[in-house]
Design a protein around this ligand. Structure first.
Ligand SMILES: Cc1cc2nc3c(=O)[nH]c(=O)nc-3n(C[C@H](O)[C@H](O)[C@H](O)COP(=O)(O)O)c2cc1C
Length: 147
């Protein structure tokens, strides 16, 4: 399982770390990587992708969009179809980023394993716990082969 994050303020980064902690507690190997350091090879080598990023100006944050732009055709050429999960950090909305990500993932195509989560505001302990639960649920589902 691969958790990829892009973050400017640290909000998405903290959510990604919390998701990673939840996932590793399931006993499965989990990589945590910055979007800028990831390409199609790393994604194709994983069992599933959890993308953690912000909504900026009603869309996916640029660093996350850059990743998906870079890997879109290479993943299609590899016929790589993976389950994915999405965790969006937002100020007061987040729905535009979810919609954009869903549209891109449908095109590869990746399968939405769990309902995308939006965390609004600066992540507090409750939000970090929610991110941890998402990471754990995704990792558990992957290890059981239910996605
Ligand atoms: C340039 C910019 C645009 C933003 N646009 C939105 C937006 O359209 N909707 C929203 O809910 N939050 C918006 N926000 C707030 C961020 O989504 C929020 O602060 C998020 O936690 C940032 O996470 P990050 O710093 O880890 O990338 C914006 C923030 C910035 C810097």
């Amino acid at each position: 399982m691969l958790i990829v994050w892009h973050s400017q303020s640290g909000a998405s980064a903290s959510l990604a770390r919390a998701a990673w902690k939840g996932a590793v507690e399931q006993g499965e190997p989990v990589c945590l990587s910055r979007a800028a350091d990831v390409g199609a090879t790393e994604i194709a080598a994983s069992a599933g992708l959890l993308l953690v990023c912000a909504e900026n100006s009603g869309r996916l944050a640029g660093g996350a969009k850059d990743l998906l732009d870079r890997v879109f055709y290479p993943l299609i050429e590899r016929r790589c179809t993976l389950p994915y999960a999405l965790l969006v950090s937002a100020g007061n909305d987040g729905r535009g980023a979810v919609e954009e990500a869903r549209r891109i993932f449908r095109g590869i195509p990746f399968t939405e394993a769990v309902e995308p989560r939006i965390i609004r505001g600066v992540p507090d302990n409750e939000a970090l716990a929610e991110a941890g639960e998402l990471g754990a649920a995704f990792a558990a589902g992957l290890s059981m082969g239910i996605f």
